[in-house]
Design a protein around this ligand. Structure first.
Ligand code: 6PG
Length: 260
């Protein structure tokens, strides 16, 4: 894996999807252990989509799972589709099948939305209240997740913040129900201020279909795509594979200093 630095941003280029998943599983374990050492818990918001599935399956394997302090780990989601958790499109179901059902994490440490298939606005409010309760937030405060995992679509969306969607302008809420024109449906999603208040944000981007958008997101200015507005107070890292990195101008990336 080659690591580059672009300002505050760390870009890790992995050989392929499998290498990306393994490197990210190692990073997840080290972050979990460090956070538990520092604060006694590890709060992580999982991403949906297909890229993270391999990561979650690896984390369920004893060689990784045995190193994660699951009893002090709290799982959330950065976004969820408005479907029952029994449906394959559900981000919760994907993570449950690949990871949660296979590791010793207590049910009360898994904080997910529900009712999102009936009433997305109400589901967003309930999820937001759950987050506020967990982080003991006062009115107007944002959670400080130890880690938020994000994917990115070929249109530059992340979580369920799609280009041109109303949630992109949200400055006060933590979670909203966001109407997504292209799918003619609502999605439950973290807002930009909620994501940007995290201690660590990690993008996982792999595959040929992401090469064009990745170059735009990492190299074009001013920012125009949702993923370009992810600028956390903490650390931002990209884990990408060579296929997605194919169009990156490596001249713009300087080798990351050691101890990245
Ligand atoms: C979702 C995700 C979404 C995803 C991207 C990338 O609910 O679909 O939260 O933001 O991360 O669409 O998806 P892939 O990893 O499947 O390319």
């Amino acid at each position: 894996m080659e690591s580059f630095q672009r300002g505050k941003v760390i870009v890790n280029i992995c050989k392929d999807k499998d290498d990306l998943a393994h490197r990210l599983a190692e990073r997840f374990v080290s972050l979990a252990q460090d956070c538990v050492k520092q604060s006694g818990r590890f709060s992580v918001a999982l991403s949906g989509g297909s890229t993270p599935r391999e990561l979650y399956a690896l984390l369920a394997e004893p060689r990784f799972s045995n190193k994660v302090p699951w009893h002090l780990t709290h799982l959330f989601w950065g976004d969820e589709r408005c479907v029952p958790h029994t449906k394959d499109e559900s981000n919760y179901k994907m993570a449950r099948d690949a990871l949660i059902a296979k590791v010793p994490i207590r049910e009360r440490n898994v904080h997910f939305t529900n009712d999102q298939d009936e009433d997305p606005v109400r589901a967003a409010e309930k999820y937001e209240q759950e987050i506020a309760r967990f982080f003991k937030l006062n009115e107007g405060e944002f959670p400080s997740f130890d880690l938020i995992l994000l994917g990115m679509g070929p249109d530059g969306h992340t979580a369920s913040l799609f280009p041109g969607s109303a949630a992109l302008a949200e400055k006060k809420r933590i979670v909203v129900a966001n109407y997504v024109e292209k799918f003619q449906t609502y999605r439950i999603t973290f807002t930009l201020p909620a994501i940007n208040n995290a201690k660590n944000v990690i993008f996982m981007v792999a595959g040929e279909d992401k090469r064009a958008v990745l170059s735009t997101v990492l190299e074009s200015a001013p920012p125009s795509l949702p993923s370009q507005f992810i600028a956390p107070v903490g650390r931002l890292e990209w884990y990408i594979d060579e296929a997605a990195a194919a169009d990156l101008n490596r001249q713009l990336l300087s080798p990351a200093s050691s101890g990245v």
